[in-house]
Ligand binder design. Structure first.
Ligand code: SAM
Length: 442
């Protein structure tokens, strides 16, 4: 790796004891780790027998980096390439206790979506996720990743923290994976190393404090905040947690003795404010995480904001219970699953980018199936493709075959997992894989 900035090494030395600094500096000289999160709803053999991430049932540590983009199962959403440190969020979420009635969660800084996927798994049958990302291009990546993951209990927004802060006391859980100086990613991301300097740390610190101030009012009393960054400095981490304590939050004590040798507790002014997962000590890249709860004296029930969805209706036979409501944008009908009516807490004019999965496109009176319906993994595969055919399909090519016994709309799949729709015409399958997701790598 290129030489580390001297200011970075100095801050690290001021922050941690010598042993830790030594381990981190040695760790930063090693190749980055590679890990994946397996999709519980799309079980496959891929990576299943690899070493488990200690704090995540579905996390797997890989010995070497395969060619992910040439694996059809990546595009099918069977797994997501994710740093093992991030997966600690799953462990922390599982330690929190929520009252009944469903959990309305917000992932405030969500793209590209790794932690939204963790939240989505956690919220299955428990709640609903609003995944928010302000940056337009990154928002599109978030949308693609959540769509391929295939769960319908999420909506996507592109709102500032201050706009979201206008919704009073609505969220039971907010994940703030804040924009940061990226120190924890030095091994993986050359740009993070190139752009790092103390001014960037100061700038990120201001942004983080502003985000915390802005979002505070949207968190209900008794609601939880998980705050994380991929940095290792006090300003972006311990000081932000202190700031939240001043705003009226308290620390949530979570013990993780079984992982003690992977974690460095973040002590500051004699208080344990969170944890560090550090390169050279943990299995993955650098991450800080803290869990807080908004103080509350009385029991609290959120008031309704009035957002309403219409019941889901389909001309095609689709499995019971995959969606209960629909939302439309232009000609596209989205299907979503909001079992607890949690979206009702938001205002009717809520500016969503999408609500649930794109299920159908309306062509006159006809419903044409959309990719989200295939990705929901609720349909049997009509045609199992070979690896070559699957890659051709992902490259948006049509497939020649005898189609005489096929229905007109079919799902093609690879190793038992759906890849998407095709339309059967005589001796050919016309490709309906979304052009925007086309595989370009040969
Ligand atoms: N949580 C994501 C994941 O696990 O895949 C990574 C999030 S990344 C660390 C931080 C995100 O915050 C970026 O996508 C960035 O566009 C967004 N962001 C930047 N400035 C922001 C701001 N002022 N308010 C909210 N989000 C912001």
């Amino acid at each position: 790796m290129d030489t580390l900035p001297t200011d970075f090494v100095a801050t690290l030395e001021d922050h941690f004891d010598r042993e830790v600094v030594g381990a981190v500096l040695r760790g930063l000289d090693e190749p980055p780790s590679i890990s994946v999160r397996l999709n519980q709803n799309k079980p496959s053999d891929r990576f299943n027998t690899e070493r488990r991430v200690p704090w995540s049932d579905r996390g797997r540590l890989l010995e070497k980096r395969p060619s992910f983009s040439l694996d059809p199962l990546l595009h099918a959403g069977a797994y997501y390439v994710q740093d093992s440190s991030s997966m600690v969020i799953e462990y922390l979420l599982n330690q929190l206790s929520f009252k009944g009635g469903g959990i309305l969660a917000l992932d405030l800084c969500a793209a590209p979506g790794g932690k939204s996927i963790i939240l989505s798994d956690f919220l299955e049958e428990r709640g609903y996720l609003i995944a928010n990302e302000v940056d337009q291009k990154r928002n599109a990546v978030l949308t693609e990743n959540l769509l391929k993951w295939g769960s319908a209990h999420h909506a996507i927004t592109r709102l500032s923290a201050s706009k979201l802060g206008e919704f009073e006391s609505v969220f039971d859980l907010v994940l703030i994976d804040a924009p940061c100086s990226g120190e924890g990613m030095f091994r993986k991301d050359a740009f993070a190393l190139e752009q790092w300097n103390l001014d960037l740390v100061a700038q990120c610190t201001n942004t983080q404090s502003q985000i915390l101030n802005d979002i505070d009012s949207a968190i209900r009393p008794g609601g939880y905040v998980v705050y994380s960054t991929c940095t290792m400095n006090i300003q972006e981490n311990e000081r932000q947690v202190k700031h939240m304590l001043e705003l009226g939050y308290e620390l949530v004590a979570i013990d993780m003795p079984e992982f003690a040798h992977y974690l460095i507790p973040a002590f500051y002014e004699n208080e344990k404010l969170g944890w560090y997962l550090l390169p050279g000590i943990s299995s993955g890249e650098g991450l800080f995480v803290a869990v807080l709860q908004k103080k509350s004296d009385a029991s609290f029930s959120p008031s309704g904001g009035g957002f309403e969805l219409l019941e889901f209706e389909s001309q095609m036979e689709i499995p019971e219970g995959i969606f209960n409501y629909h939302w439309t944008k232009k000609e596209v009908q989205y299907g979503t699953l909001d079992c607890f009516g949690l979206l009702n807490r938001l205002p009717q004019q809520m500016a969503f980018k999408s609500v649930g999965l794109p299920a159908f496109e309306m062509k006159g009176d006809r419903q044409i199936p959309k990719h989200g319906l295939a990705m929901s993994n609720q349909f049997n595969i009509d045609i199992e493709l070979s690896e070559k055919q699957a890659l051709d399909y992902l490259r948006c090519q049509s497939i020649n075959m005898d189609t005489s016994n096929l229905p007109s709309w079919c799902i093609v799949g690879f190793e038992g997992i759906p890849l998407g729709w095709v339309k059967a015409v005589p001796n050919r399958l016309n490709n309906h894989y979304p052009k925007s997701y086309k595989l370009r790598q040969q």
